[in-house]
Design a protein around this ligand. Structure first.
Ligand SMILES: C[S@@+](CC[C@H](N)C(=O)[O-])C[C@H]1O[C@@H](n2cnc3c(N)ncnc32)[C@H](O)[C@@H]1O
Length: 286
């Protein structure tokens, strides 16, 4: 989908409105960075948003990012994985200046509607990360890439390209905040000890259905019995930290389940905070 890209204040963006996910005849062979368009179909996105209570999610994670950004004195934020708009809206509510980007037009349309219901007008940019700066023409204090989004890139070249584009869209002292599932735990401890992740009580469960070094296929099950899948690349923590440094970030600090100190198998989620300058973050992880 190399043609992706345009900017606006909540115009109605063209969407595919597909209702069924397509993984082809060999779902375990579907390992392509462009496939996210076929995974976030309208029925999956709407069901997800119906069930995941934004207030509950805000209680558990929203303040972490607000406090982190405030603590670093950052104000102008680009959300590159807007999805249905949760993080963009939390930051707007907290007084940040936010621009909301995503490669998927349907997601931006949904995010715009969600934001309007919360009393905000989203400034949107339809852009794929791999050529972000073709469509993003400003510099930001911070970029956020949250909700285990970076895992959608299957090629190392795509990951390097996206990180370099994020780097270029940041001011000289900018910061990238990128989260991911703790795939080290799943890869190293296998299916026997796998966590089953529940969202919103027990209404939505997410469980790894297949895992190898090149694919983590998760199954999402809803109370009406319907199920959807996401095929993702299982990023190891050390690998992501190394890529970030190789594209030029000076420091990378990684939190586990929002804590600075943790043992790697324990957290479900990791949050990397990568800075362009030496002085605004400490080197090292637990
Ligand atoms: C799991 S959703 C996360 C949304 C949101 N941050 C959240 O936590 O609710 C991942 C988002 O990343 C977007 N995405 C995946 N690959 C992308 C790419 N290469 N360029 C731009 N957006 C991409 C998808 O369209 C989707 O909206």
């Amino acid at each position: 989908m190399r043609g992706v890209g345009h900017e606006g204040y909540g115009m109605s963006l063209p969407g595919k409105h597909a209702s069924r996910q397509q993984f082809g005849e060999e779902p375990l062979e579907m390992r392509e960075s462009d496939h996210y368009h076929a995974e976030y179909v309208q029925s999956f996105v709407e069901k997800w948003d119906e069930l995941i209570d934004w207030e509950a999610r805000r209680e558990s994670e929203g303040q972490f990012f607000v406090e982190l950004l405030r603590g670093m004195g950052k104000h102008k934020v680009l959300d590159v994985a807007t999805g249905t708009g949760f993080h963009s809206v939390q930051l707007l509510r907290a007084g940040f200046e936010v621009t909301s980007a995503d490669g998927n037009a349907e997601m931006l349309t949904k995010a715009f509607e969600n934001a309007r219901q919360h009393g905000h007008v989203l400034r949107t940019i339809h852009a794929d990360w791999r050529w972000l700066n073709r469509d993003v023409h400003s510099k930001y204090d911070a970029i956020i890439c949250l909700g285990n989004s970076f895992t959608h890139l299957f090629d190392e070249r795509d990951r390097r390209r996206a990180l370099a584009e994020f780097y270029a869209a940041l001011r000289h002292d900018g910061v990238l905040i990128l989260d991911q599932r703790n795939y080290d735990a799943i890869l190293d401890h296998g299916f026997d000890s796998q966590h089953k992740y529940y969202y919103c009580g027990e209404q939505v469960s997410a469980a790894p259905e297949h895992i190898d070094d090149g694919l983590a296929r998760f199954r999402y099950t809803f109370p009406d019995g319907s199920a959807f899948h996401l095929n993702m690349f299982p990023l190891r923590r050390a690998y992501v930290e190394r890529l970030m440094k190789e594209v030029g970030f000076q420091s990378v600090r990684t939190y586990g389940d929002f804590q600075e100190t943790y043992k790697l198998p324990e957290p479900d989620f990791l949050v990397h905070v990568a800075t362009k300058s030496w002085d605004s973050a400490e080197e090292g992880t637990s």
